[in-house]
Design a protein around this ligand. Structure first.
Ligand code: HEM
Ligand SMILES: [Cu+2]
Length: 525
């Protein structure tokens, strides 16, 4: 590498107070902002879920009217997906990617600030619709026409909020790609990139390819409603099913946007606590890349029942079940990594192991749903609800929590309380299964999703599911307490390496790391 004269003193005062957070271009501060935003959205979206589960505690209508119930399911999903899970992953990327590749910061720091600050505006717009005449969007997060076109005043707010979220995601993705392509320390070749970085690069490409499709779809909805077009209006020559195609061409890659970084996190944690290198590093990268590719050709498995030619049904069925192959490779490699390792079970490892087991359950029900003839039975039942919560909650959310426990001592310089961490884990792991496992039975017995009332035959499993939901929701307060304690400087001082089995550039920095991660590029062995 050519010699560059680096400035000797980089210790200039960094801004303090509110301007530090408003104008920050620092990857760690922005990472923190993203994570705090995500956790507040988790609680707002979670409280909507609690309303849903309270209403479903018993058959009959007890607490809310059906229209408000539909607003709750719709807003719950929108807030969880775009407000909680995706920003949490971006927060982790901001914190960890520069430290993992030996860079001082993200490549485009000013853009980074802008990506974050769009989100509070987007969600203020979205959440404000709850107080509007006609209420919040209630047509489902999938926004299918013609139903969604009946939304009242909230409609343009919904569309504009989705546009802002999309712009934020695409800018974040550009930043990740630019950073990893250009800012790696000398010697940090692509075959040495940590798995978390790899999964994020691939996710970033998915974001850039998928989010504009969503933007296009919702813009067409907007012009259909206000400007007299008929993209999805049969009366004007349009086709409502076309919306489903466009939506799911975005929507299916979107679910992988929410799981690939989770694979990355688990691939960092398992080797650390098994004290062995990751088994099959290269095959892990190929597995993620092929999952990413396949995610673009399976979208119509969400539409088996809309009426497709047989060849279409078969194509989407075969391509869907094909995803089991690279997914199986990943699960196999995690298990092989643990095989004959010297394992210990600190809190991050418990969450990661639970991820592997419960995500696999979600994968199996997904396989069942992918079989076209069987899907005619499952479609739009609680079986689907059970499936996507196993992959999104015990998958994505569990991996995020695992990552927070794993990296919190590095971020704050303080060890969290291990006993509280384990309590949080066991309460969550048990209650989440009480919450979602019975929903498989409800679905197989025919209970439809998105309904505020149900037949008495479904009463028992629904009651258990609601009890699980309340315990799961309450358990997350422990998490907040644990994190706040570490952030406010309580707990043992963490070492630089933090975990005995931890390897990688991020663990060579102090805990907490300096404001600018690597002022001089580190040597990569
Ligand atoms: C405390 C944890 C959670 C509970 C109790 C919960 C509960 C529910 C319930 C009861 C529904 C409505 C089912 C229906 O009638 O269609 C629902 C829908 C949904 N949830 Fe969750 N959820 C939780 C966490 C999450 C998370 C973390 C995510 C995202 C990563 C998520 C994503 C969704 C999605 C996409 C829907 C579909 C909404 C729709 O189809 O309109 N949920 N959830
Ligand atoms: Cu899908």
């Amino acid at each position: 590498m050519t010699e560059i004269a680096l400035p000797q003193h980089h210790e200039h005062e960094h801004p303090r107070g509110i301007t530090r957070w408003l104008f920050t271009t620092n990857h760690k501060d922005i990472g923190t902002l993203y994570l705090l935003f995500a956790v507040s959205m988790l609680f707002i979206g979670g409280s909507f879920a609690m309303v849903v589960r309270a209403e479903l505690f018993q058959p009959g209508l007890q607490f809310v009217n059906p229209h408000f119930f539909n607003q709750m399911t719709t807003m719950h999903a929108l807030v969880m997906i775009f407000g909680a899970v995706m920003p949490a992953f971006v927060g982790l990327a901001n914190w960890m990617i520069p430290m993992m590749i030996g860079a001082p910061d993200m490549a485009l720091p000013r853009l980074n600030n802008w990506s974050f600050w769009l989100l509070p505006f987007a969600f203020t717009l979205l959440l404000s619709t709850l107080f509007m005449p006609g209420g919040a969007p209630a047509g489902g997060w999938t926004m299918y026409p013609p139903l969604v076109l009946q939304t009242g005043m909230a409609f343009p707010f919904l569309i504009f909020a989705v546009h802002l979220m999309g712009i934020s995601s695409v800018m974040g993705a550009i930043n990740v790609i630019t950073t990893v392509f250009n800012m790696r320390a000398p010697g940090m070749s692509y075959t040495k990139l940590p798995l978390f970085v790899w999964t994020w690069v691939i996710t970033a490409f998915l974001l850039i390819a998928a989010m504009p499709v969503l933007a296009g779809a919702v813009t067409m909805l907007l012009t259909d409603k206000y400007f007299g077009t008929s993209f999805f209006n049969a009366a004007g020559g349009g086709d409502p099913v076309m919306f489903q195609h466009v939506f799911w061409f975005f929507g299916h890659p979107e679910v992988y946007i929410m799981i690939l970084p989770a694979f990355g996190i688990v691939s960092q944690i398992v080797p650390t606590f098994a004290r062995k290198p990751l088994f099959g590093y290269t095959s892990m990268i190929y597995a993620v890349a092929s999952i990413a590719f396949l995610s673009f050709i399976v979208w119509a498995h969400h539409m088996f029942t809309v009426g497709m030619p047989l060849a279409g049904e078969l194509f989407f069925m075969y391509s869907t079940v094909l995803i089991a192959v690279p997914t199986g490779v990943k699960v196999f490699n995690w298990i092989a990594t643990m095989w004959r390792g010297s394992m210990t079970f600190e809190t991050p490892m418990l969450w990661a192991l639970c991820f592997i087991i419960l995500f696999s359950i979600g994968g199996f029900s997904g396989l069942m749903l992918g079989l076209a003839p069987a899907d005619f039975q499952y479609q739009d039942t609680y079986f689907v609800v059970a499936h996507f919560h196993y992959v999104l909650v015990t998958g994505a959310v569990f991996a995020i929590i695992a990552g927070v426990y794993f990296w919190l001592p590095k971020w704050t310089g303080r060890m969290y309380d291990e006993r509280l961490g384990k309590l949080h884990f066991w309460l969550s792991a048990i209650s989440v299964n009480l919450l979602f496992f019975p929903q498989h039975f409800l679905g197989l017995a025919g209970m439809p999703r998105r309904i505020p009332d149900y037949a008495v035959q479904y009463a028992e499993w629904n009651m258990l599911s609601s009890i699980g939901a309340f315990i799961f929701g309450a358990s997350q307060l422990i998490f907040v307490y644990v994190v706040i304690r570490a952030m406010s400087g309580h707990g043992e001082q963490a070492t630089d390496q933090v975990w005995e089995g931890a390897h990688g550039l991020e663990w060579t920095l102090s805990s907490p790391p300096p404001y600018h991660s690597f002022n001089e590029p580190p040597k990569v062995p």
